[in-house]
Design a binder for this molecule. Sequence first.
Ligand SMILES: [Zn+2]
Length: 224
Amino acid sequence: MLELTLIGYWRSTADPLWPDPAWFVDESWASSERARVLAYLRDGVALWATGGHSWCRFRCGTHACGSGELSDGRFLWPEGLAHYVERHGVRPPDEFVEHALAGTPLVDISDIARTLGPGDVSIDASWWSNQRGFRAGASHLSPPRRGTFVARSPGAAPKLAVLRLIRRLPEAQALSYPALLERLAGGGAVPVLSGAFEEPIPHEISELEAAGLFIEFLPDRGEG
Ligand SMILES: [Zn+2]
């Protein structure tokens, strides 16, 4: 039996019991140490894929944080955790950081992972759900902010099917198809839904993310 400690799942309205990533932001964390922890997170062995892509709680425009779960044989973390460490100054709890630094380079558990059956793994979620980070009271989402979702196309002009998806949203209907295409192909942002709460993410917005668009949330004035 492989016993793994879960780490790196974040709070949302749907999952209020996980920690808030804003509690773990530490801009003063030494960059050399951060780089080693980041490399460690990326080197984890993929045990299995979970359903759907996770979204960045800081809404930085990264549309897919990944959908796999990685492990080093002791911890189990979502692929997207590396993004928070790299882009948002999130420092995992000391216990994990010390383990990662002591253990780099990471022990390859591919052989173990290949032979695992569903009943061979026990996952402890209680350690992580009790973590409170370093900045009590900070939050990425309370109270839920109101604002506008905007969409951007990464790289090439979007396909017609994607344009159709966008055009189902009220704000995007203000633009004609050619105008919409021109804006997105030129790297511009198109407002798609205003007066919306940041989360839970509206179903229509998730669909745009799944179609490969970058989604950002712009809080209304006075709500930032
Ligand atoms: Zn982000």
